[in-house]
Each structure stands twice: as structure tokens, then as C-alpha cells.
Design a protein around this ligand. Sequence first.
Ligand SMILES: [Zn+2]
Ligand SMILES: [Zn+2]
Length: 357
Amino acid sequence: MMKAAVVHAYDRPLAIEEVPIPRPGPEQVLVRIEASGLCHTDIHAARGEWPVKPALPFIPGHEGVGVVEELGAGNRHGLEVGMRVALPWLGYACGDCRYCNSGWETLCPSQVNTGYGMNGGFAEYAVGFARHVVRVPDDVDPRDAAPLTCAGVTTYKAVKVSEAGPSSLIAVFGAGGLGHMAIQYARTIGGSVVAVDVNGARLETAKELGAEHLVNAAEEDPIAAIQRLGGADAAISTAVTPKAFEQALGSLARGGTLVCVGLPAQNDLVVPIFQTVLGGLTVRGSIVGTHHELEEVFELHRRGHTRVLRAQRPLDDVNEAFAEVLDGSAPAPRMVFDLQHEVSTPAEGRASTLESA
Ligand SMILES: [Zn+2]
Ligand SMILES: [Zn+2]
């Protein structure tokens, strides 16, 4: 048996319970989870807030990282017992469709998502498809690898598709779990970053991570503030309210691109046609990243390009952690369930601490 956080009803808290350890089927691996990040998507999933709801009961979590303990029959895809792997949102893709064969496996219509269509990482063990779990370099801390598995690769991809480059002004709306990573990838490609949030502590963190301009949207109009800087060549919205997406669109310079990454429970974004046509604006969506892009994210982290700002919680505190994320009281941009240490820890990996280390 194993401990797991299980959703039985969309309107009830998750239940911490003992359930059977899953068995790996053909071309699957059983992973002993070491760390599992909490993404806002997990909260939407557990509450059934999206148009397509996960079937009940299920175990959320798509930032699980752990060690391969058992391999199913068939193709191992290069995996061996003892290897550390991540179980990303893209739990399965068909490998045969036009998307899978053109570098867009993330758009595969037959995909199955970890912690949504198949059980995820909020448990002591999880099963993944050998082809789709991603190797984690030995010298990357699993508690760092966990948030990189969704927040990292999602924002890395968003920066890529924004087509921003060196000297671009890149606006990052929302400086939380996704946003604090977006800021770092924008900096890595040589961009100048303006961070927008309504939380002063998150903005301080953004500054430590290299954001040159900060806008507290609770105190000033981000559109006016960013237009005073000349407008953003790219805006990446990781926020969870449609208003922030509209502000991000309004903050663009001519020819600019809005990349929608966050998934608010309210689904509508108003796009003014006149300004979009005359300004030559692009609005595009971006969902996670490919298997190879997650490998790139791990490599960038291993080489010191990124810092993961996180706080640990025991899995037993899953409902309290959900509440902390929802009310903005989480002590770090990302909460990570530490399956190896059953104690709460304060925020770790703060940029200021690391800079002096
Ligand atoms: Zn996620
Ligand atoms: Zn496919």
C-alpha cells in the first residue's frame, strides 16, 4: 500500500489515504516519488473547474519526480531501475499523428495527462509511460526538478514561442510559480523583463531574479506603466484572472505577441479587433513543452541558469497547501510536497541566499 492524496468529489477536500501501489503495464515504469510540485492546474483539476473534468476518483500532480523502481514488459526506452525521472503533464502521446511527428507532441489529440487523465504524483508511487517520463540529471535536486517539470518547461516554451530575443522588452504577468521561472528564461535569452503582480513579496522576488521593471497592478495601471517603457515586444501571462490577460494584451508594443499560459477558471478574453489589426498583434496559446524541451530545462538548471524558489510541505498538508496558493499566503512561488521528509520547511532557494552562497 502507499499514501496518496485522492480526489473523490470536486467540492470536497482531497483525502489522504492508503491505496494499492500501482503496477507498471507494458512500456510503463513504476516511480517512487521523491518530490511533487503543486501547480495551479492541480487545484483546477481537483475542483473540476475546466470544461473537461477528470474522472473520479483520481490522484492529481504533474510535477512528480522520483526514482524508477520497476519496469513493465516491452520497450524500456533506455530506462533502468534506479534512474531519476520526472512525470510531466504530457503523460502519453500517440507518436503517430501529425503533431507527434512535427515537434508538437504537446498538441497530440490522443494525449493523456498526468494527474488528470491518469493518476499523478501526489502519492508515494506513480506509474508513467517509459517513452514520456523524462530523465533528470543526477546533480539536479529532485525538489528543484519537480517545479521545472511543469512551471519550468511551460514558461521556457512560452518564451520560445514569443519570438522575443536579446534586447526585447518582455512583460511577465504573474510572478508566482510559473512567472518566477518565465522571468529567468526571458533573462537567459537576453531580454529585459518587466514583472507585473498584485503581490509585493512576489515582485521583490522578481527583482532578485533579474526583472528590471516592476509593476504592482494593485497600485498602478500596468498598461500605462508598460506603454511608458515603449510597450512590450512579448507579454507572457501566467496569471489566473482574464483581466491580467487583457492588461497583457494592452501592454504590447506594435508587432508584439501575447502568449497565454495561465488557465483562469473564467474562460473569456476580450480581444479588441481594431488595435490587434492596426498594431499587428499576435495572440497565441502555449501548453507545457515537449519531452526534449524538458531535457533542455533540466540542463539549463544544472548549468546554473535558473533558481527554483520553493517551500516544502508533507503530502499530509495537501489541502492546507492548496489554501495557501489560493489566498496568496504561500511562502514561496512554488510549493513542493517532499515525500522523503515529512516536515514543513520554510522557503528555500531564495535568490538572495543563493547569490551569497
Ligand atoms: Zn502545471
Ligand atoms: Zn499524437
